[in-house]
Design a protein around this ligand. Structure first.
Ligand SMILES: C[S@@+](CC[C@H](N)C(=O)[O-])C[C@H]1O[C@@H](n2cnc3c(N)ncnc32)[C@H](O)[C@@H]1O
Length: 223
């Protein structure tokens, strides 16, 4: 599927990351995504997530929808040694794959996985969370925000992938999709848009949507 930005620009952003950091395990995870059509955040967004985590000094990250650990890799770099990344996914196979990849990438000591519904697992996690990353099924976005909004403390970050949802939240529709995919995407666009409006209109949060990958919403609790 076509990226939001022109393909050449998207490739350029990815290439800039590779020039800074070459990791064979990351490449392997990316090859899996290409081969299976699994929707990872990709390299440019991954690096941005690492940077955001690092800039905020976040030491404890919870991922809602962590897949097989690709985004976890970047968060694990961001939290640094002694930090913690808890990845939640309802597919147990993903947890196994994540452990295997993250071990080989030297990041497993900072990571843990939980299998189950993202919001149930989030509710079961005790203590302060510095950053919540949301990348679950898009119809679950409004409920995810509802669960996170009060949970984060001042300084905490809510980061959400696919905030631009292939341009659909702005009335665009990709032209290179089959009808079934297009209908499924269109059906959940209102949920993504509704969540985004809720976040940007919440006076406790300072929010921006960055058009990397499919749009990353970044919101910091300030009040
Ligand atoms: C877009 S993929 C995550 C990709 C991952 N963040 C990355 O970039 O590497 C979404 C994942 O969320 C999981 N998922 C979707 N809805 C979920 C839910 N309500 N609870 C738990 N996991 C969920 C799916 O199994 C899938 O692995």
């Amino acid at each position: 599927m076509d990226p939001l930005l022109p393909r050449a620009v998207d490739d350029y952003l990815d290439e800039l990351v590779t020039a800074q950091l070459y990791d064979p395990v990351v490449m392997e995870m990316e090859r899996r995504a290409s081969a299976t059509g699994f929707p990872i955040v990709g390299r440019a967004a991954g690096r941005y997530l690492e940077l955001t985590t690092h800039m905020a000094g976040a030491r404890r990250v919870v991922e809602l929808g962590s897949g097989y650990g690709y985004s976890s890799f970047w968060f694990a770099r961001g939290v640094g040694e002694g930090g913690e990344v808890i990845g939640i996914d309802h597919d147990p196979q993903n947890a196994h794959l994540a452990e295997s990849y993250l071990r080989r990438a030297g990041m497993w000591e900072r990571c843990a996985t939980r299998t189950g519904d993202a919001l149930e697992q989030l509710a079961a996690i005790e203590g302060t969370i510095d950053l919540v990353f949301c990348d679950i099924d898009k119809d679950g976005y409004p409920a995810a925000w509802e669960a996170v909004a009060d949970r984060l403390e001042v300084g905490g970050l809510f980061v959400c992938d696919n905030a631009l949802w292939y341009g659909r939240v702005a009335g665009l529709a990709p032209t290179d999709q089959d009808a079934e995919v297009a209908a499924a995407q269109a059906a959940v666009a209102p949920a993504v848009a509704a969540m985004t409006r809720e976040v940007v209109n919440d006076p406790r949060y300072l929010t921006s949507v960055v058009p990397i990958h499919d749009g990353l919403l970044v919101a910091q609790r300030i009040g």
